[in-house]
Write a protein that binds this ligand. Structure first.
Ligand SMILES: Cc1cc2nc3c(=O)[nH]c(=O)nc-3n(C[C@H](O)[C@H](O)[C@H](O)COP(=O)(O)O)c2cc1C
Length: 187
């Protein structure tokens, strides 16, 4: 069974995570979720665990599972065990950290340890003004240069009331791209 690791950072688009997991579950794809601390404001991880019977990991788990030499290191295990990493949603903050190799939480440690010969999809999601800042293109281009596949944001009226580009791609678009990367498009 293919194994997809979803790395969720703190965009309001994190509210779409249950829908992504639901679609992947229907396709018999194993899903594991890693969340940044701030993203926990947008999703109910206990409900996700209960509804979909999947593992959900937070920064605290990184340290709870390691007590001394010989114990597994969670970010290394997670980066080795999954077939595909999807950064959804990808906040401006986490995108900037990944760009410069910062790894100060479970999510960014996984990205830093990920073998780039395995697929990485990223789904930026941010306010239009943030998206339009010149640094965004620089950072997106750098991730693409590493072989990461961008699923671009779309135009919408955002939660803050602004209308423009910046909303996370539709769940269907993201799931379709995951299936394609896993060569499961025909299922
Ligand atoms: C209500 C609210 C909504 C936010 N939505 C976004 C967003 O869509 N995209 C984004 O990049 N940052 C957004 N932010 C800011 C991030 O949550 C903030 O930069 C945070 O530190 C990111 O943490 P992380 O990258 O570790 O997950 C939002 C903040 C708040 C309070």
């Amino acid at each position: 069974m293919p194994h997809v690791l979803i790395a969720c950072s703190a965009s309001v688009a994190a509210i779409k995570i249950p829908a992504i997991i639901s679609e992947l579950t229907k396709k018999n794809i194993r899903t594991t979720l890693v969340v940044s601390e701030q993203s926990k404001h947008f999703i109910d991880i206990e409900k996700i665990k209960k509804d979909y019977q999947i593992d959900v990991f937070t920064d605290q788990d990184e340290w709870n599972t390691w007590n001394g030499r010989g114990d597994p290191v969670l970010h290394i295990e997670l980066s080795k065990n999954a077939d595909l990493l999807v950064l959804a949603p990808l906040s401006a903050n986490t995108m900037a950290k990944i760009n410069s190799g910062i790894c100060d939480n479970l999510l960014t440690c996984i990205v830093r340890a990920w073998n780039v010969s395995k697929p990485v999809l990223f789904c930026p999601a941010m306010n239009t003004q943030m998206w339009n800042h010149p640094i965004t293109k620089v950072q997106v281009d750098k991730l693409v240069s590493w072989g990461y596949c961008q699923i671009p944001p779309i135009v919408k009226t955002l939660m803050c009331g602004d209308h423009g580009v910046g909303a996370m791609a539709e769940v269907e678009t993201i799931v379709t791209q995951i299936l394609k990367e896993l060569n499961l498009s025909n299922f």
